[in-house]
Design a protein around this ligand. Structure first.
Ligand code: FPP
Ligand code: MG
Length: 369
């Protein structure tokens, strides 16, 4: 089964470089088993219409980042392959279900360049598909035989809903939206699942407590970094994942670059009032959205978000340095550096200070060059 996403290939290609051969091969094999399970369950003879829609949501070229993390984290213990693959399927089902529901909330017509279920079949139908996917995920965990894994997974959809509900509550409310609120929201809507992928992979494979704790911290920082980067690209109007750009800005949801601009152009000043009036507008033209993105750049908001990404990269790197020096740790470092290298406004990948070299130096006493 082919994994047809550019970013997934990029992540796997990054893993294949260097000395991560076993980790990369295991990850590739486990991902392929996951794809086979999806095809057997949702695309085989006898599949119903709803199975077809679920399969379409699952197979539209996602990055497979979360199941990759499950498998790599499991490398720190003694994984039972079949059980880990079921966990990977469950985590990816929850992730895809959250996107199906997110597209309803966002009224989005497109995801990964495909028409969304809500656009084709209506909101009610799409909502039911999302719930069915969560049910499928929980059913897969029936025999996970680790209460700790079930405890973590069971709380993930709840946390994600809380993050999304908060987002709905504060649309266009410029008083409620600040950096602190934004960080809490992205922690819930994105980081909880990415952290949960690392945590459950390690727990399911019976990894030791110190390793579990380091992987959990790594996943948390990587999750925050991931959403910061996604929001930064959106604010810079760089298209990603075949979805419409700047939807959040239109809906009155503001990310870090704009929130920073608000702190620089204060209420009561001419520029500050102009910015607030532009943000409060319920309908924004593409030119008005571009103008807001320019204000974010001119006031230093883009640089501020990039610095926040670098800080999370550092935190994730610190967590990695608490792990044993093995190729799973190296592979997780590569994923971190690949995801932290957000393209700039021209779509070029920025050179960030790779954590890999810093950690290699610490471990092996050379600078990796
Ligand atoms: C994409 O973010 C969406 C999320 C990270 C999570 C959305 C969560 C829910 C809808 C709650 C329901 C959860 C479950 C498990 C059913 P984004 O909107 O910032 O990114 P986008 O540009 O990809 O839409
Ligand atoms: Mg969205």
């Amino acid at each position: 089964m082919k994994i047809d996403s550019f970013e997934s290939n990029k992540l796997l290609a990054a893993l294949n470089k260097g000395c991560y051969k076993t980790a990369a091969a295991e990850t590739r094999r486990a991902l392929s088993l996951m794809e086979e399970w999806f095809a057997r369950r949702f695309d085989a003879a006898g599949a119903t219409e709803k199975d077809g829609w679920i399969y379409s949501a699952l197979s539209s070229g996602g990055k497979r980042l979360r199941p990759m993390l499950v498998r790599l984290a499991a490398g720190f213990g003694r994984p039972d392959e079949a059980r880990i693959v079921r966990l990977m399927c469950a985590i990816e089902l929850i992730h895809s279900a959250s996107l199906v529901h997110d597209d309803i909330v966002d009224r989005s017509p497109l995801r990964r360049s495909r028409a969304t279920i809500n656009a084709e079949k209506g909101d009610g139908y799409a909502a039911m598909c999302g719930f069915a996917m969560i049910g499928e995920a929980l059913a897969l965990l029936e025999d996970a035989d680790a209460d700790a894994v079930i405890d973590v997974v069971a709380k993930i959809p709840m946390e994600m809903c809380f993050g999304e509900l908060r987002q709905l509550e504060i649309e266009f409310d410029l008083k409620a939206q600040d950096e602190e609120d934004y960080c809490k929201r992205i922690e819930r809507k994105t980081a909880v699942l990415i952290k949960g992928s690392c945590l459950t992979g390690a727990l399911a494979a019976g990894a030791g407590q110190r390793v579990v704790s380091a992987l959990s911290d790594y996943g948390h920082a990587l999750g925050i970094l991931f959403q910061l980067r996604d929001d930064l690209l959106d604010c810079e109007q760089i298209p990603t994942d075949g979805k419409p750009i700047s939807q959040d800005m239109e809906r009155g949801i503001y990310s870090l670059p704009i929130l920073y601009a608000l702190t620089q152009l204060r209420e009561g000043t001419r520029e500050g009032e102009k910015l607030r009036a532009a943000l409060r507008k319920r309908v924004k033209s593409p030119a008005e959205i571009r103008a807001l993105a320019e204000i974010a750049a001119d006031t230093g908001g883009i640089d501020y978000a990039r610095a926040a990404i670098a800080r999370q990269q550092g935190r994730a790197g610190d967590a990695l340095s608490r792990l044993p020096a093995n190729e799973y740790t190296e592979a997780l470092t590569i994923l971190l550096d690949t995801l932290a290298a957000a393209p700039n406004a021209r779509g070029e990948s920025e050179k960030t200070a790779p954590v890999r070299f810093a950690n290699e130096k610490r471990r092996y006493g050379y600078d990796g060059s």
